[in-house]
Design a protein around this ligand. Structure first.
Ligand SMILES: Nc1ncnc2c1ncn2[C@@H]1O[C@H](COP(=O)(O)OP(=O)(O)OP(=O)(O)O)[C@@H](O)[C@H]1O
Ligand SMILES: [Mg+2]
Length: 259
């Protein structure tokens, strides 16, 4: 059976696409799903860094350059999630032909329940190619007007290309008065908001350690929201753990988890 292929895209850069793909992928794998993550951010690949994967001899770039076989660029990451990482070298970026991504998707289509694609920001050629290779789209946006207008462009282009917009993920939400509300965002984008992920300092801490947040700190607010989205996508009932009590947090801060 062919798996679901979902592209995570945004107009504006830095909305949290890579964070979302990495953590959602790990969360889906923790729920027992077969998952493949592809770093389709050809020029600024960094998915493998967030997942703490190093020593990658063969990357997606070698495959896109026609110099390596797809099978050799699939690695096992945290919680058993499979990852097709991008290369970091400028020389390899020059040789890669992004249009080959489509045939790669054909090759891996049967290999997983979910194929999550980390797209580049913007609407340049590599971004449009990433939109083309998935059947479904999730827009990752922040609750501010500039991010939303850019997300709308991404959604409209995806629709023109025949990719189905599933909905939006609102990331880095602080509930400040200046933020657009979920209802306003749904009215502008004309798609449902699938998840609201709070601003959470643990996200940056986890990526600095190269350990996905849902593993490093599974009870942090952003991790819980991401796991809820994973459960929704997987059609699984999942009860979020209760947030840590303030007293436990104080003990953890003072004695490093022994409280
Ligand atoms: N919920 C969150 N709370 C706090 N920080 C976050 C959150 N989500 C993402 N970040 C931080 O925001 C920054 C951008 O995240 P990320 O790299 O995932 O975005 P991106 O959309 O993939 O960016 P790009 O467009 O450059 O590919 C990172 O430093 C990340 O740690
Ligand atoms: Mg990214």
């Amino acid at each position: 059976m062919e798996g679901r292929s979902i592209v995570f895209a945004s107009g504006k850069g830095g909305t949290g696409k890579t964070t979302m793909v990495a953590n959602l992928g790990v969360a889906l794998a923790q729920f027992g799903k077969e998952v493949i993550l592809i770093d389709a951010d050809i020029t600024m690949a960094n998915l493998s860094l967030i997942l703490g994967m190093e020593d990658i001899p063969v990357t997606l770039h070698d495959v896109l350059a026609g110099e390596a076989d797809m099978k050799d660029a699939i690695y096992e990451g945290p919680a058993g999630v499979k990852v097709i990482p991008g290369g970091l070298s400028l020389e390899k970026i020059k040789k890669a032909r992004p249009e080959r991504l489509r045939s790669i998707m054909k090759d891996i289509g049967q290999m997983a329940d979910f194929i999550l694609v980390d797209a580049p920001a913007g609407l340049e050629m590599t971004s449009v190619t990433a939109l083309l290779i998935g059947k479904e789209l999730i827009v990752v946006t922040n609750p501010e007007i500039s991010a939303i207008t850019d997300s709308l462009k991404t959604k409209l282009i995806a629709e023109k290309l025949g990719t189905l917009p599933l909905g939006a993920v609102l990331n880095r939400v602080t509930n400040e008065k200046t933020e657009l509300s979920q209802e306003e965002i749904e009215a502008i984008l004309e798609v449902p908001v699938l998840a609201v992920i709070p601003e959470d300092p643990e996200v940056k801490r986890a990526s600095a350690y190269g350990v996905p947040l849902v593993i490093k700190n599974p009870t942090s607010p952003a991790a819980i929201a991401i796991k809820q989205l994973a459960a929704k996508l997987a059609g699984i009932k999942w009860e979020a753990p209760k947030p840590e009590s303030p007293i436990k947090r104080v003990f953890r801060a003072l004695f490093g988890g022994r409280g």
